[in-house]
Design a protein around this ligand. Structure first.
Ligand code: NDP
Length: 452
């Protein structure tokens, strides 16, 4: 880092958050790319914009007691990080996973602020969740947990205050239970959650939105270099919401998807994953809550690799859609030596800093998650609009809006990178473009609103 103000803030962040590696990683990546804009906006420093951007407005932490089916008591920890409300109510998902702690939620909340800004919809950034893991729990146990979680969280959220959604391990089932409990306590029926079921205020295409949006974004990147997905060999990691709908859109666009994974290993299907096989995976992971290894038993054209990552498979395009830091510098090297041309992130911060730098140094097409996975939250924004109008739009209408939002996000990141000189010949640095474009809108709103 060269800019003295950026450097000072980075030192402050490191000193204040020494035990939060994921948060430091997210902030470092953003601060290093903001230097050109900080040089050009002298008003940032006297308004302490960077100092305020790296400090959440509010962090709520609470006890979540719940009872299992055998009558035993358990206690988990719940959180909501309300990061920045300069451009709208806090908005961001809830994650239920053993890995959840303040570092993970602060990194996700920080990224969410910039991502929501990129959508151009009026949404601030937040994130929350719990170290509760729904794997292996019965529906009733998950319901009791969700009800207890909401019994505390309800007082901090609301349609115009903070609107949570799903994230890892928080899907339609969990959102339904939490929304039900909110409604019961508050005695009001509002759009306090997005990702709701279609019978109670959910939006068509919300389930598909992050995966579809990711592929719409990547399609724009290919278009810029005169290419498309026809016949491209694609690897996708994960087998949850984002991964399956990314794979679905790729298949529709004529690509050959050859992998899916979970936290135990991956499957490689030499014939390519078809829509039929994908429907089977959705049922396996979403309903039966099984393991991806079962795919290899069901489909003889495939093989299962225990404890391995999809990045060892030769491909044209790679889509990390599972979790943070799933793609390390060494994985990036393998992908690059196998000739990968495009990497677009469906998950949040799936590539570590070494991997990001390897992709940028190799000058391939590389899309950072905060831009390429913004389709989910953008469609959540559309769900909020439908809820406040008491209307529901058709699938085609929502999909069309999602597509045009993703094209806009792409163009905004691309044009901003060019405007701030984050290019090298034909190479355009989408990381810098997305970070700067997201940041400027939030910073401008913060300055206008004074010292709050
Ligand atoms: P899901 O819980 O639906 O799916 C996560 C998938 O990733 C599961 O298949 C899980 O397998 C797998 N997984 C978890 N850890 C690993 C690992 N270390 N290696 C390989 N696979 C792993 O979550 P989502 O699809 O909703 O979210 C995935 C990512 O996308 C997260 O980073 C999330 O923050 C991000 N995201 C999600 C959005 C959304 O709309 N849902 C929006 C924007 C970003 P297992 O069964 O073993 O747990």
């Amino acid at each position: 880092m060269k800019n003295a103000y950026v450097k000072r803030v980075w030192e402050y962040v490191q000193a204040k958050n020494a035990n939060e590696p994921e948060y430091l990683q997210a902030v470092q990546e953003v601060l290093t790319t903001l230097e050109p804009v900080v040089d050009q906006m002298p008003e940032l420093e006297p308004n302490a914009i960077l100092e305020r951007m790296v400090e959440p407005e509010r962090v709520i932490m609470f006890r979540v007691p719940w009872m299992d089916d055998a009558g035993n008591y358990h206690v988990n920890r719940g959180y909501r990080v309300q990061f920045n409300s300069a451009i709208g109510p806090y908005k961001g998902g809830l994650r239920f996973s053993k890995e959840v702690n303040l570092s993970v939620l602060k990194f996700l909340g920080f990224e969410q602020v910039l991502k929501n800004s990129l959508t151009t919809l009026p949404m601030g950034g937040g994130k929350g969740g719990s170290d509760f893991d729904p794997h292996g729990k019965s529906d009733k146990e998950v319901m009791r947990f969700c009800q207890s979680f909401m019994t505390e969280l309800y007082r901090h959220i609301g349609a115009d205050v903070d609107v949570p959604a799903g994230d890892k391990n928080v899907g339609g089932r969990e959102i339904g239970y939490m929304f039900g409990q909110y409604k019961r306590i508050r005695d009001e029926y509002t759009g306090v959650f997005t990702g709701k079921g279609l019978t109670f205020g959910g939006s068509l295409i919300r389930t598909e939105a992050t995966g579809y949006g990711l592929i719409y974004f990547a399609q724009e990147m290919l278009k810029k270099v005169g290419d498309n997905f026809k016949g491209k060999v694609c690897v996708v990691s994960g087998s949850g919401n984002v991964a399956t709908y990314a794979a679905q859109k790729l298949i529709q666009l004529g690509a050959k998807v050859v992998t899916l994974s979970d936290s135990n290993g991956y499957i490689y299907d030499a014939d390519g994953i078809t829509q039929e096989k994908l429907d089977w995976v959705k049922e396996l992971k979403g309903v039966r809550r099984g393991r991806i290894s079962e795919y290899a038993k069901k489909f003889p054209s495939s093989k299962y690799f225990e404890g391995k990552k999809v990045w060892e498979v030769k491909c044209d395009c790679a889509f990390p859609c599972a979790t943070q830091n799933e793609l390390l510098g060494s994985d990036a090297k393998t992908l690059l030596s196998n000739g990968v041309k495009l990497v677009a992130e469906g998950a949040n911060m799936p590539s570590d800093l070494d991997a990001v730098n390897a992709f940028l140094d190799a000058k391939i097409l590389y899309a950072p998650g905060k831009a390429s996975n913004a389709g989910g939250v953008a469609t959540s924004g559309l769900e909020m609009s439908q809820n406040s109008e008491r209307l529901s739009w058709s699938s085609e209408e929502v999909d069309e809006k999602l597509h045009s939002i993703m094209v806009n996000i792409h163009n905004n990141a691309y044009d901003t990178a060019i405007k701030f000189g984050a290019t090298d010949g034909k190479f355009v640095n989408y990381v810098a473009g997305a970070n700067i474009a997201g940041f400027v809108k939030v910073a401008t709103a913060m300055i206008a609103q004074g010292l709050v």
